[in-house]
Ligand binder design. Structure first.
Ligand code: SAH
Length: 401
């Protein structure tokens, strides 16, 4: 195995089990690794006053050209083979079972959440009998077949199809080309269940793996608030919040998304659960424009679940302004005694940043606002305690007087 030697003193984060090694920490290689290759990482140990007197094993991981050069797979000396992936997938499944979200045949959950499950660069979502697998690193891409074999073993007869979808998540520079297709089975049934509600999963064309399972718990909470309310679901994508609101007894539900494709998916999902139900209407429109044109007090339950406004730290200031502006618009117009579910899925926006942005919005709107719930990502998106960067979803449920 090719070896990566760290600069003296650059092992500190590794000793704290952080799974990323940045290019600046690397001193030299035994031989330049190929993109995606499994490498051994060694840290310098001083001998007789010489900093590079000796080297000691630190970790094994996937090598990749870029600012994060090694994604650690293990801090033990272990072989990265099918059995390794089987152990890691088994452990991930165990966590989901412990949380009670694995329901035979009717399950939608994230089985692997990258670093949160000690598998940096890998995401696997399970929709009934289909798994959708995404590689975010070249290493995981190279090993996709091996991972698929391990996944089959771990999930057993529960799993009939594995769809690999990494077209948009792999580093462009690695030049790996288009890589979407079935690794197991094919022509899977595209209807899955979440808390007894049905939804189409468009793994062929949809965003991410096709459906956002990370809002499962928050949708359920929304359902409890929906009775007799007039609901506006902003940034609806596949309409998750909308059909939960309908089951919760909402009087009316309006779904808004700027993408016509998302509106089509929302209409199809509502139809699947509540055929011919006239309470629902969907609009392909820009959310900010919709809020500007909307009548005062038209809705008493509003959901704001926008895409990440900041993908990088340098975009943080503008992102926070964006969250403030959006929330202010909603708070100015929501009916008295209204409930606002508001979210941010930007990883660089902390819980405090977000709360501050919402505070600014409330003050500018001049309304009395109480925080009823503080929301976050669910159990199947666990945060590795050594990798706090894994925390991304935060939300607030507000009572607007
Ligand atoms: N709430 C959804 C997930 C939202 S993803 C769920 O529960 O699954 C974000 C969505 O915002 C995407 O569907 C995207 O098309 C939409 N979007 C992005 N910019 C928008 C804008 N300016 N106005 C309205 N929708 C927008």
């Amino acid at each position: 195995m090719k070896q990566v030697f760290l600069k003296y003193g650059k092992e500190e984060s590794l000793l704290r089990r952080h799974p990323w090694i940045f290019s600046g920490a690397i001193h030299h290689f035994s031989e330049e690794p190929e993109e995606g290759e499994v490498v051994e990482v060694l840290m310098a140990r001083p001998v007789d006053g010489r900093k590079y007197g000796d080297f000691e094993f630190a970790a094994v991981g996937h090598y990749q050209v870029g600012s994060i050069m090694v994604r650690v797979l293990s801090f033990e000396r272990e072989t990265i083979d099918e059995a390794f992936y089987e152990r890691r997938l088994q452990s991930a499944l165990q966590v989901r079972k412990a949380a009670g979200i694995v329901v035979d045949g009717e399950q939608s959950f994230r089985l692997v959440h990258g670093e949160g499950d000690n598998l940096a660069g890998l995401v696997i979502d399970i929709y009934g009998k289909t798994a959708v697998m995404q590689a975010h690193s070249v290493g995981m891409h190279m090993e996709r077949q091996m991972i698929a074999e391990a996944l089959k073993k771990v999930m057993g007869d529960q799993l009939l199809h594995i769809y690999y979808k990494s077209e948009t998540t792999l580093p462009f520079k690695a030049g790996l080309g288009q890589e979407n297709g079935y690794l197991l089975g094919g022509n899977a049934d595209d209807v899955a269940l979440e808390n007894g509600l049905k939804f189409h999963v468009d793994w062929l064309r949809g965003q991410k793996t096709g459906f956002f399972v990370d809002q499962r718990d928050n949708r359920r909470l929304l359902e409890q608030y929906a009775k007799d309310r007039e609901v506006l679901n902003m940034f609806c994508y596949t309409g998750g919040f909308s059909f939960y609101a309908m089951r919760g007894g909402a009087k009316l539900v309006h779904s808004v998304d700027s993408s016509q494709k998302a509106i089509d998916l929302t209409n199809a999902n509502v139809e699947l659960n509540f055929p011919g139900d006239a309470r629902h209407q969907a609009f392909a429109e820009d959310a900010f424009k919709f809020l500007d044109n909307m009548k005062d007090g038209a809705y008493d339950l509003i959901i704001l679940d926008p895409p990440a406004f900041a993908k990088h730290r340098d975009a943080l200031r503008n992102a926070l302004k964006g969250y403030s502006r959006l929330n202010q618009k909603a708070m100015e117009k929501i009916r008295k005694g209204g409930i606002l579910f508001t979210f941010s899925c930007s990883q660089v926006v902390t819980k405090d940043n977000f709360r501050n942005a919402v505070f600014t919005a409330a003050a500018a709107a001049g309304r009395n606002v109480r925080i009823l719930h503080q929301l976050h990502q669910p159990v199947d998106h666990p945060i590795n305690i050594y990798h706090p960067e894994g925390e991304y979803l935060k939300g607030l449920v507000l009572y607007v007087e």
